[in-house]
Structures are given as structure tokens and as C-alpha cells.
Design a protein around this ligand. Structure first.
Ligand SMILES: [Zn+2]
Length: 203
């Protein structure tokens, strides 16, 4: 079993069907989750599985990190990342996590694809919980994209004077950026580990 992180390239769509914990972009398949890579050669499917499965306790107002799995005209679907608190990994419930276009930011959003792209890592806040859906917001300044990848070459984008720049191919992009852009560690659940205080889920 091979450990993978969000944004990691794991194969080609012509080889594998993107399964749980993955997304595809321009024929390539990437991990949207932190976990172990599972290649099902029989079904020709790749999945990313999280080892420990303690369901994440949801509460309104709780913040979480996730990967943008799908962007549509009026909403984006997020794969919530597991959260590590002490030595336990809390995994998201198998429900749909949605950012509606009205909750992206203050002001008018013309096109969802100006704000989010598949594979972006986002910080979100839970505003509504129903049986099958969890509604998320990124309106506040600390919420939104914390890490993004170039849509041309998949290189991580660097924030320079409010614009996201690809240092590999020179591409310029925009997003609904969090003030924490670029400040969140490589493996996101480390941001949640070993803390005694805090806002968020566990109080
Ligand atoms: Zn690039």
C-alpha cells in the first residue's frame, strides 16, 4: 500500500477509472484524499482509502479542509479530508458536501470556475447538516482555497500580490483565496494535530 496526499498523480484515465478519494483532470487521475492508494486491477479502478475510520463529528460552525472534487455552474462538491486529532483519524461521513454559488464569497460570482477548480485544497465551514447533504461556506476571509494547482501543468500555484502564479509555465489564475493560502502545511491533517485549544470540531 502506497500513501498518497491530495493532488498527487496516481494514473491515467485510460488505465484506471477514478474511484473513491480521487478525481480526474485532462485524462489524469489524482488523489483528492489522504490515505493509501488501492489499485483494483480487476475493475480497473483506483481508490484512496483511509486506514482508520472514526466518523467525523459534525457541528454547525465547524471548519474543515477538503479537496474540490467537482465544479458545476452553481455549486462545487468537496471531499472533506480526514482530520487527525491526537493519534486518531476522523473520517468524513459518506454524504455530499456542497458549496453553493451563493456561499462562495460576499458579492456576485459570475462563474464558479473563476473561484474553484478540481484538485484545489479548500478550508470550509459547515453551515447546514441534513441526512444526505452538508452545506459549506467559504465567505469569510480565512476560508477558501489554501492550495491550488496550475490548470495547465498541475504545478502548485504561488500567491503573488493577489494573483496565483505558476512558476513552472507562467500561467496566471484566480480563485476565492483564503488569507491562509500557502501557509497550511504539506499534509493538512498535521494542522489539526497536537493542539489543546481551539475552535473547530473538537470541543
Ligand atoms: Zn503551470
Amino acid at each position: 500500500m502506497e500513501p498518497v496526499v491530495p493532488g498527487e498523480f496516481i494514473g491515467y484515465e485510460e488505465e484506471f477509472i477514478p474511484g473513491f478519494g480521487t478525481y480526474s483532470d485532462s485524462g489524469n487521475v489524482y488523489s483528492s484524499n489522504i490515505g493509501e492508494l488501492e489499485k483494483d486491477l480487476h475493475k480497473r479502478e483506483v481508490r484512496v482509502k483511509v486506514k482508520t475510520r472514526i466518523p467525523l463529528f459534525y457541528k454547525r460552525g465547524m471548519t474543515a479542509y477538503g479537496t474540490i472534487a467537482q465544479v458545476s455552474d452553481n455549486f462545487a462538491i468537496v471531499d472533506i479530508l480526514p482530520r487527525k486529532i491526537d493519534q486518531f483519524y476522523y473520517v468524513p461521513r459518506p454524504v455530499t458536501h456542497v458549496i453553493p454559488i451563493s456561499e462562495v464569497k460576499r458579492g456576485f460570482v459570475k462563474n464558479m470556475r473563476d473561484e474553484f477548480r478540481t484538485g484545489d485544497i479548500v478550508k470550509v465551514k459547515i453551515i447546514e447538516i441534513t441526512q444526505f447533504t452538508v452545506t459549506l461556506t467559504t465567505r469569510a476571509s480565512d476560508l477558501g482555497v489554501v492550495k491550488a494547482f496550475c490548470t495547465q501543468c498541475r504545478h502548485p500555484l504561488v500567491l503573488k500580490k493577489g494573483v496565483l502564479v505558476c512558476e513552472n509555465c507562467g500561467n496566471l489564475e484566480r480563485r476565492k483565496i483564503s488569507i491562509e493560502y500557502g501557509k497550511v502545511g504539506g499534509i493538512l491533517y498535521e494542522a489539526e494535530s497536537g493542539r489543546g485549544k481551539g475552535k473547530g470540531a473538537h470541543n
